[in-house]
Design a protein around this ligand. Structure first.
Ligand code: ZN
Length: 270
């Protein structure tokens, strides 16, 4: 008779991987979802179908040619389905899953209001909230600072650039901006911001309430913080940052492509 003991069936796995692997990944996803839901103050409302692929070739074949060669995960727009290359060949399944689960929690938790989030915020949060531990904001801003070309955040509200290199930088920028925001508001502040958006607030209004800054003011100040972050740049970050940028770009692009192609079928309403 205890409601709390009712098991949540938040994830179901399908695909051409062993039953053992499916249950391992479902358990992993449940744990990650719990952490992510706690951080964001939002909950999955429907079961998420995890479609697991045994190798990268199978993942790419199923996703189609629009998905980049190295993509590892796709979250659909409604957050009801996540496709993952479970082989771990390009990126640990855990890391890819964490990122995509944040997209799913945001999409299901906010409903259509998820569209009110700037893309840089959605992607940046996917990376920051999906990670087990949160990185140092200064170091991340330093990684952005060393890039030759920085795209203003205001240009990343609706879409990311098309080339691999530019999308990698955009992704790094998004993560650093989300981390800067987190550094200032804490998870409680982000939770409240998301709750405001969930209740129908404009993102700019919710941000203003959380930080005292308008969206353009925050975006400009992020750029100033980047320019002050050179002190964090070390030679070792050059290589590190490059690899990070390329790898991190993958999930982003997969998500965007999925949005465009509407991979999800309509059998999930209700
Ligand atoms: Zn993403």
């Amino acid at each position: 008779m205890c409601w709390a003991q009712q098991a949540r069936a938040a994830f179901l796995a399908a695909g051409e991987v062993s039953a053992k692997e499916k249950s391992r990944i479902v358990r992993m996803a449940e744990q990650q979802a719990q952490r992510i839901e706690g951080r964001l103050g939002l909950r999955l409302r429907r079961t998420v179908l995890l479609i697991l692929y045994p190798n990268h070739r199978a993942f790419v074949a199923a996703m189609g040619k629009e998905i980049p060669r190295l993509a590892v995960g796709v979250a659909t727009q409604t957050g009801n389905t996540i496709h993952v290359d479970a082989s771990g060949a390009l990126m640990a399944a855990e890391q890819a899953l964490g990122h995509e689960i944040v997209h799913a929690v945001l999409a299901q938790g906010l409903g259509t209001q998820v569209q009110a989030l700037p893309l840089w915020f959605n992607e940046g949060l996917a990376q920051v909230a999906g990670e087990r531990s949160v990185g140092q904001v200064g170091a991340l801003l330093g990684r952005v600072a060393q890039r030759r070309r920085i795209v203003p955040l205001s240009a990343l509200r609706q879409g990311f650039p098309a080339t691999d290199e530019d999308s990698g930088v955009a992704y790094l920028e998004a993560e650093s901006a989300a981390l800067l925001l987190l550094d200032e508001t804490g998870w409680e502040g982000l939770e409240e911001l998301l709750a405001d958006v969930g209740r129908g607030a404009d993102f700019g209004a919710a941000l203003k309430k959380a930080t005292g800054e308008t969206l353009p003011q925050f975006e400009r100040r992020w750029q100033q913080e980047v320019s002050h972050a050179y002190r964090y740049v070390g030679a070792e970050l050059l290589v590190d940052g490059l690899i990070f940028g390329v790898m991190a770009a993958l999930a982003v692009w997969a998500y965007l492509v999925a949005r465009r192609r509407r991979l999800e079928t309509r059998d999930e309403e209700g």
